[in-house]
Every structure is written in structure tokens, then in C-alpha cells.
Design a protein around this ligand. Structure first.
Ligand code: CA
Length: 371
């Protein structure tokens, strides 16, 4: 039996305008409300999928009508984890495949790890679950799963490749060793097979799944319109990073950072060791970056090709104009609520979700300011 949760479309939904730090305006419209939403993604021009950390997956229509999706895997909720990211296959319109990341446990929560599955979404049911990837090893603790997902763009050398951010699970040191997949960005074929052109392929499993290493907690991973891969990373006490991700490079955690440990202990900066790739941009004090999305290139359209980063502690959305792989302008839109994620559709609609128990799904529309 299908259970549909129906929300009456509101005829006049309040729009709020927010002025950014450079004078641009975004109009914000509330679409729907969720209990601890974690990720959102467009599956076509009208429909969104929204995941909640407690383990629900929703199909959301343009007018805010919500339908609960059935057939989810067993999800272990708690701390920073539960149901995580959700991403349609690049050929979703033909094959109906969606990818989900979530936290699982083999021992009632004593140890935990992220997994990624794919499944066919048909008639509001996920069928034919296929395990694509799992965090190794499962460890104690309930933090730094990361588990954001991105697909390589069509026409690029990453066409059809799945990228997964895997957090350091708050153990730090594994990010620098090859006998695990924590603190890494992972690259796989869409069915989970390991590509032959990964940088550490000669080193066997799991090193052969690694694309880059030395990461802490990457909650944003996305391809720019020029097909370069970017990732934002939660720093320790301050020092959040925006990194340009290149094959086989080491981004330094926990040996170098632009922040200090929470106990105040100093961490040397990236500039002290040229073995490590420094961030293109870092933030002190922290913004707590929770996701990353790029606006498609569209001639004459405001914010064409810009990056958008959602912020938790900063309660803001950041717009970055990136040219030749450098941030040339940054504008902050203070929303006043912790923002868990932002996404952008092919037709340039911006969607965002707030963090927490009554997290709103928002539709954002921009108007460029004087800059
Ligand atoms: Ca770094």
C-alpha cells in the first residue's frame, strides 16, 4: 500500500528578500518542512528528493506536496549520521537509479560506518538494492562520516564516475594511510567497480579506490562547469577549506591545517610543507561549510558558473565567483538558520534546506547586485 502525505499547497507563500554582503538580493520562498533534512537533489525540472537524517526519503513536487518513499535500507541514526546524501544516476530518466549514502552498523551501533547503495526508484519504492561502497573499517563514534556523492560530468574524463567523500571518523591519522578508506575522496565506476586509472591502483585494495587523501570532513563535493572537482571541508577549530581536488594529491589533514585543534593545540599551516596541497580558500573564523553546488553556465544569466556553499554555524549561504580556479569574489547571504545543504537544478533553480527538527526546504531566486 502506498502512503501519501499530502500537504495542501499554499496559495500565497511568503517570500522573504535577503540582501547579500555585496548588495545582491535573493528571494526566499518556503516550499515544505522536514524533520532533520540532510540532503536534497533535483531529479527533473519539477521534482526533488529530500532525505532526512532519521531515515526518511521524500519525493517533493514543485508546489510542496510530499510523498514518502518506501524500501529504504536499515539505517543507524545518531550523532552526525543516519540517512545521508541522495544522487540520481546521470541517466536517471532512463534507468531510474538513485544512489544513497547512510550509516550502518553490524553490532547495534557499537561500531558504525557509511555505506553507499544504488536502487531503482519506481512508484515511490526503492527496489533492487546494490551495495556500491562501504567505509572501512567501521569504527566507534558517531561523527565525520562525510558521505557526500557526486557524479563526473558527461564529456569529461570522469564521465559516469562516482565520487564519494569519506570522513576521518574523528580519528584523524587514517587520513594519511592507505590501509583504510577514511579521510579520503573515493572514485568508482557507477556500479562500484574500481577504475583502472585511479592514482594508487598498484597498491591494491583499498588504496586503489582512493582519488585524493588527507581530508577531515568533506561535506561538499561538486564539479564546476569546467569539469574540475571541488570539495569543501570542515576544519577543526576554524580553518574550513575549499579545495580543488586533483588526482592522487594529499590535502594534509591532520599534519597541516589553517585551524587549530579544539583543545587549542597548534597545527602547522599548509605552507610549512610543500608535500601537501593547500586550499584555494580557507575561512577563519569558521563558516562550517555543509555542501557545495555550482550554477550551470548560461550566457547572460546572473551568477552563471558561480559556486554556492551552505553554512551551518555561519547560518548563511555563500556565493563564490571562481575564475581560472581562483575565488575572485565572495558574497555572504545571512539566512539566520543553520543551512544543511544547497543544490541547483539544470534550469538554475536553487534549493536549500535548513538543519534541525523543523528544517524548511527553500527555493532561492537571485538578483545580481552592483558587485
Ligand atoms: Ca587541508
Amino acid at each position: 500500500m502506498l502512503i501519501c502525505y499530502f500537504t495542501l499547497p499554499q496559495t500565497a507563500r511568503a517570500e522573504v528578500s535577503i540582501i547579500g554582503s555585496s548588495g545582491s538580493t535573493i528571494k526566499i520562498e518556503k516550499i515544505a518542512v522536514f524533520d532533520e533534512p540532510w540532503a536534497l537533489t533535483f531529479i527533473n525540472e519539477n521534482d526533488l528528493l529530500v532525505s532526512t537524517k532519521k531515515g526518511k526519503l521524500w519525493l517533493v513536487k514543485k508546489d510542496g506536496t510530499k510523498f514518502l518513499i518506501d524500501g529504504l535500507p536499515d539505517i543507524t541514526y545518531g550523532g552526525q549520521g543516519g540517512l545521508g546524501d541522495i544522487l540520481p544516476h546521470p541517466n536517471f530518466s532512463q534507468n531510474s537509479l538513485v544512489y544513497l549514502s547512510f550509516v550502518a552498523s553490524e553490532n547495534n551501533g557499537r561500531t558504525r560506518g557509511a555505506k553507499v547503495i544504488r536502487a531503482k526508484l519506481e512508484n515511490l519504492i526503492l527496489r533492487n538494492h546494490q551495495l556500491i561502497w562501504e567505509q572501512l573499517p567501521e569504527t566507534k563514534g558517531r561523527g565525520h562520516f562525510s558521505h557526500r556523492l557526486a557524479f563526473g560530468p558527461a564529456g569529461s574524463s570522469h564521465n559516469g564516475m562516482l565520487f564519494i567523500s569519506s570522513g576521518d571518523r574523528q580519528i584523524m591519522d587514517p587520513a594519511q594511510s592507505f590501509d583504510n578508506n577514511l579521510g579520503k575522496i573515493i572514485r568508482l565506476h557507477d556500479d562500484g567497480r574500481i577504475p583502472n586509472d585511479n592514482p594508487f591502483k598498484e597498491m591494491g585494495f583499498p588504496a586503489n579506490t582512493i582519488w585524493s587523501l588527507g581530508h577531515r570532513n568533506v561535506l561538499g563535493i561538486s564539479f564546476a562547469p569546467n569539469n574540475n572537482l571541488w570539495a569543501n571541508e570542515m576544519g577543526p577549530l576554524h580553518g574550513d577549506e575549499l579545495n580543488l581536488i586533483s588526482k592522487g594529491e594529499n590535502y594534509g589533514w591532520p599534519i597541516v591545517s589553517e585551524g587549530n585543534h579544539y583543545n587549542g593545540k597548534h597545527i602547522p599551516s599548509h605552507s610549512t610543507n610543500d608535500k601537501f596541497t593547500p586550499p584555494i580558500r580557507y575561512w577563519v573564523p569558521t563558516i562550517a561549510p555543509s555542501s557545495l553546488a555550482f550554477m550551470p553556465i548560461e550566457e547572460g544569466k546572473e551568477w552563471s558558473g558561480n559556486a554556492f556553499i551552505s553554512g551551518l554555524k555561519s547560518k548563511a549561504i555563500f556565493r563564490l565567483n571562481i575564475q581560472d580556479d581562483q575565488v575572485i569574489h565572495e558574497e555572504k547571504f545571512y539566512i539566520g538558520k543553520r543551512i544543511r545543504a544547497v543544490t541547483i537544478s539544470q534550469d538554475t533553480t536553487i534549493g536549500a534546506i535548513e538543519d534541525g527538527g523543523r528544517g524548511r526546504l527553500l527555493k532561492l531566486k537571485g538578483e545580481e547586485g552592483p558587485e
